[in-house]
Ligand binder design. Structure first.
Ligand code: 26Q
Length: 777
């Protein structure tokens, strides 16, 4: 079925009239967004309902995730419906530029990679007609909004993303469930978000739970004290889904976090059991025949004991319930770093969800009786990753190298006992948002060459390879230049900094973390700056270094790195001696929508974590697909990107996993500091007053050279990799001067990007883990 754009336009106008009493031309961006959203929701309702009904009796998969970083939905929904251009035209004819919707806020119900991956997976499953539903949490406040103050500090503001409403979800109060905690019962109310497939009538569902109090306020029935108590109860319930935890790489053992996780787990499973009974009756023994559940890291791992508990309430015994749970669940690991692994103190856990602790203890006892060398509980602490490996069908890493490290290292003992459970599923990104939507100019160029709808079949990209010639390179370079101009306008408006589109755009956009080594990038820029001033780099191609990153609000070192980069940016941007060679900009509030502008404009993609630390990375894939070359280490998906595109088309540097492991014990960063005068000079700017220095920056300096109580010196090997990093960086810069050759490398990246479509990833999950098939319409 195709959609009638004129109807959608008419409904939008009607909504605007009766809700806000404004015309299309008078509407604010937020009003227009509300009205257009409601009109689209009406237009898709038949298809959405049909998709649900068709699936009733099929085997299905469910994605359980505490985060969905879905970003702005209005453009991607119109895009996937195939009506974005037509709607733009219709609005333009009436004097309204749909670009005003750029002012609409992102739905940032996630921190970074893991949350965005969940969103890409939903898009791909819907597009591939796969019966996959998402369950998550509807946080009142998403990831904080970021600004920088005059000193370059990150300042956080609440992200009140539903302030003007949320046209993309329906509240389904009739499917509300009760969730029990030690201190109170609460209601979980579902909000359904349609997940619109591209080039298909299929529409899947993302169901997000919002927590509410059980008791409705009854003004007459209460005396004053009861009234206040009831209000306090209401707040206490609503607190549970009040805010997304802004940590993305360190685990925090907070009580409220347990409540979030249990709410997600229990509500989703109760909902699944209701659906199961509707379709298959009250005999729960076939639950695992119809449902597969994927745990997005261990955040929803309490689902495992919760399903066992719920099945036992249905009359099954522990062994039977365990068996069903084991068949139902699979677990995706997203990190190898110890500090990110969830470990709950049992007393804390018991004080919130006592029934769950009893079941975890039974599971642990069973494990220890079968495999005395393995454990879930140790030192009165429950290790959620171990629980997820034991009571699951499969466990997977998110890139080849990461999955190998899981087997060799993190889960070594587990791999010996359960080798058949371990799999790899290399991440991917949805080409709809990350090429089609954000780079229509490039999409047109590709479409013209490879024909058909490559958006649905990214394998067609490979057809470009034999066609790459000077003509295509010129065309690509022209498009890249256009995307840079567009980004320059946005950065000028948002940051007040004018960049030159003739510069090389060198981009590092991702969460801020020491392991991602934004500091190494910054040091190299300071180094280049000094060398330029000394006249040592006569052939340096003018470069704009662009950063985008949020730090966890409590992560002092990460915040110090942001401040340092902002200060070197200020120094460099204000120095007329380098103004025609160097610019540095750290954009504020990097998010999905900002990414959609930055990524298509990038020439160089910085993916510079020490080998063995970045599980996969997905920004690297988005940048590759938009024709940036990777300046990176042999880490995460960089390894596979390099394999696909050819090492001659990337800039690979640094120690490998094996090299890092074999030098770990003897590594001395200070020796390198003393022997590399360039690096020495750059590092000194952390403390010598070249830029305003503070205690936290002095602490960064000492962390690199002396270590701290909790880490050895230079825990992430900045100094170890520095020289080869600088070589690779200058080589890429030099190569840029041959625009034909450089453009050819960029095109080789695009032409080699097919593997990194999340369509490929999700089909592998469907085939090799969930055992589900596309729905036939
Ligand atoms: C845990 C407990 C308490 C509060 C927060 C958290 C928490 C939240 C989010 C811990 C970790 C995360 C997110 C992790 C993440 O985004 N990992 C990234 O996942 C990507 C998708 O697989 C990979 O590409 C990245 O390499 C990986 O860092």
């Amino acid at each position: 079925m195709s959609y009638n754009c004129l109807n959608i336009l008419k409904w939008t106008e009607a909504q605007l009239k009766y809700t806000y009493d404004v015309s299309l031309q008078e509407a604010t961006p937020q009003e227009l967004h509300e009205a257009l959203g409601e009109a689209v929701m009406m237009a898709i309702s038949d298809n959405w309902n049909r998709s649900k009904r068709t699936r009733m009796h099929e085997r299905k998969a469910y994605y359980f995730s505490a985060e969905y970083l879905i970003g702005r939905l209005v453009y991607s929904n119109l895009y996937n419906l195939g009506i974005l251009d037509d709607m733009k035209k219709l609005f333009a004819e009436r004097g309204v530029d749909l670009a005003i919707l750029e002012d609409v806020e992102d739905a940032a119900l996630g921190n970074g990679g893991l949350g965005r991956l969940a969103a890409c997976f939903l898009d791909s499953a819907a597009t591939c007609n796969l019966p996959l539903s998402g369950y998550g949490l509807r946080y009142r406040f998403g990831l904080f909004k970021q600004k920088f103050d005059a000193e370059g500090n990150q300042c956080e503001a609440a992200d009140d993303w539903t302030k003007y409403g949320d046209p993309w979800s329906y509240r389904r109060y009739n499917h509300t469930v009760k969730v029990h905690f030690a201190d109170h019962d609460v209601l979980a109310v579902p909000y359904d978000v349609p997940v619109i497939g591209y080039g298909t009538d299929n529409i899947n569902t993302l169901r997000l739970w919002q927590c509410e109090a059980v008791e409705e306020l009854d003004f007459n029935a209460f005396n004053d004290q009861d009234y206040l108590r009831a209000l306090a109860q209401k707040n206490k319930a609503e607190d549970i889904t009040r805010v997304l935890y802004p940590n993305d790489s360190t685990w925090e053992g907070k009580r409220l976090r347990i409540k979030q996780q249990y709410l997600l787990s229990s509500a989703s499973l109760q909902d699944m059991i209701r659906v199961y009974k509707n379709a298959h009756g009250n005999d729960m023994t076939h639950f695992a025949d119809f449902y597969a559940v994927q745990l997005n890291d261990t955040h929803p791992a309490m689902s495992i004991p919760e399903l066992i508990r719920l099945l036992m309430l249905e009359g099954m015994d522990f062994e039977q319930s365990f068996d069903i749970a084991q068949k139902t669940f699979s677990y995706t690991n997203h990190t190898v770093m110890g500090e990110a692994l969830e470990k709950w103190n049992l007393d804390l856990l018991r004080s919130v969800v006592p029934e769950i602790v009893d079941i975890i203890c039974r599971i642990d006892a069973k494990l220890k009786s079968e495999h005395p060398n393995l454990f879930i509980i140790r030192d009165n602490t429950a290790h959620m990753a171990n629980l997820s490996v034991y009571v699951g069908s499969y466990v997977n890493g998110v890139a080849e190298i990461h999955s190998q490290i899981l087997k060799d290292d993190c889960f070594k003992e587990w791999y010996q006992v359960f080798p058949e459970r371990f799999q790899n599923k290399t991440n991917g990104v949805t080409p709809r948002r990350w090429i089609g939507l954000c780079n229509p100019e490039l999409s047109r160029m590709i479409h013209y060459r490879v024909g058909s709808d490559f958006m649905k079949d990214l394998d067609r990209l490979a057809k470009l390879k034999p066609m790459i010639d000077d003509d295509m390179v010129h065309q690509f370079n022209t498009i890249k230049r256009q995307k840079k101009e567009q980004l320059c306008a946005i950065i000028a408006k948002k940051e007040g900094i004018q960049l030159n589109p003739d510069f090389v755009f060198d981009v590092q956009v991702k969460r801020l973390h020491e392991y991602k080594r934004q500091l190494m990038n910054a040091l190299s820029i300071v180094d280049i700056y000094f060398r330029l001033k000394d006249g040592e780099l006569p052939y340096f191609q003018p470069t704009a270094f662009i950063f985008g990153a949020k730090s966890a609000p409590g992560y002092a070192r990460a915040k110090a790195i942001i401040r340092y980069i902002n200060r070197i940016a200020k120094m460099i941007n204000n120095d007329p001696a380098v103004s025609d060679k160097l610019k540095v900009v750290f954009v504020q509030n990097y998010n999905c929508s900002y990414a959609e502008h930055i990524i298509p404009a990038a020439d160089i993609s910085e993916q510079i974590s020490p080998a063995g630390t970045e599980a996969s990375g997905t920004g690297n894939m988005k940048l590759m697909l938009n024709g940036a070359v990777t300046l990176g280490t042999m880490d995460g998906a960089n390894v596979e990107i390099t394999k696909e595109a050819g090492i001659e088309n990337e800039y690979i540097f640094g120690a490998t996993v094996d090299q890092i492991n074999s030098c770990r014990d003897t590594y001395c960063s200070r020796d390198i500091y003393n022997s590399n005068r360039y690096l020495h000079r750059a590092i000194d700017t952390l403390v010598d007053g070249t830029v305003p220095t503070d205690d936290d920056q002095r602490e960064l300096y000492h962390a690199l050279l002396d270590g701290a109580s909790w880490h050895r010196p230079d825990h992430y090997f900045v100094l170890l990799d520095y020289a080869s990093y600088m070589d690779a960086k200058l080589q890429a810069n030099h190569d840029y001067s041959n625009r034909l050759e450089f453009g050819r490398k960029c095109l080789m990246n695009i032409a080699s990007g097919a593997k990194f479509s999340s369509d490929r990833t999700i089909r592998q999950y469907a085939d090799e883990i969930w055992h589900i098939k596309p729905t036939q319409y």
